[in-house]
Design a binder for this molecule. Structure first.
Ligand code: GRF
Length: 190
């Protein structure tokens, strides 16, 4: 039986380690193809990864993203059906959410609904978790709506917060969970 290939766009503006894992996972897959990397930061690590993996990139700017068509025509032109946010910090504009209802998925490095919302990204998340003496942290993969870190949770996994943890050591443990689970969770959504 032939399967339909789902075209995925990954939005990423950081180092791109999650994006890289997802790209690797779907290389040669009959189920999905990473057809576009969308980035808002010239020079971001993800752009080098995209070049090495021969994946087209789209460098986006604030004005058209928030006040214009949110690059929906470009995404449509590539046949994009699913959007994955992997280290992308801009809020999703309504035009994009309307174009991709329940088709935008984010990963957050904590157990939502705790430690989410504006300003809760990267090191800030892990620092707050440690300061509050949480015994566990983890990852949340969730659908995206117009509020930060607010849509329905699809998947969570947890890891311990150890005595003496620094934001960096906890980030590393959480990142291992992200890499282990995110590509498989995406595959489950196809
Ligand atoms: C991840 O920790 C993810 O949870 C968050 O941004 C980070 C991206 O890291 N949304 P990387 O660029 O994939 O290495």
């Amino acid at each position: 039986m032939s399967e339909k290939l789902t075209h995925i766009a990954i939005f990423a503006s950081g180092a791109g380690s999650n994006a890289h894992q997802i790209i690797r996972h779907f290389t040669g897959s009959a189920k999905a193809k990473i057809s576009l990397i969308v980035c808002n930061k010239p020079g971001a690590g993800i752009l080098q990864i995209a070049e090495k993996e021969h994946i087209p990139t789209l460098l986006i700017e604030k004005e058209p993203f928030f006040q214009g068509d949110a690059y929906v025509p470009e995404l449509r032109k590539k046949g994009v059906e699913l959007i994955i946010l992997a280290g992308f910090l801009w809020k999703m504009p309504p035009a994009l959410i309307r174009a991709y209802p329940d088709r935008i998925v984010n990963i957050h490095p904590a157990l939502l609904p705790k430690y989410g919302g504006k300003g809760m990204y990267g090191r800030h998340v892990h620092q707050a978790v440690i300061e509050n003496k949480e015994a566990v942290s983890g990852i949340s993969i969730h659908f995206v709506d117009e509020l930060y870190d607010n849509g329905a949770v699809i998947f969570q996994a947890s890891c311990p917060v150890l005595e003496g943890d620094t934001p960096e050591s906890l980030a590393k443990r959480v990142q291992e969970l992200e890499h282990a689970h995110f590509p498989k969770v995406i595959e489950g959504l196809l």
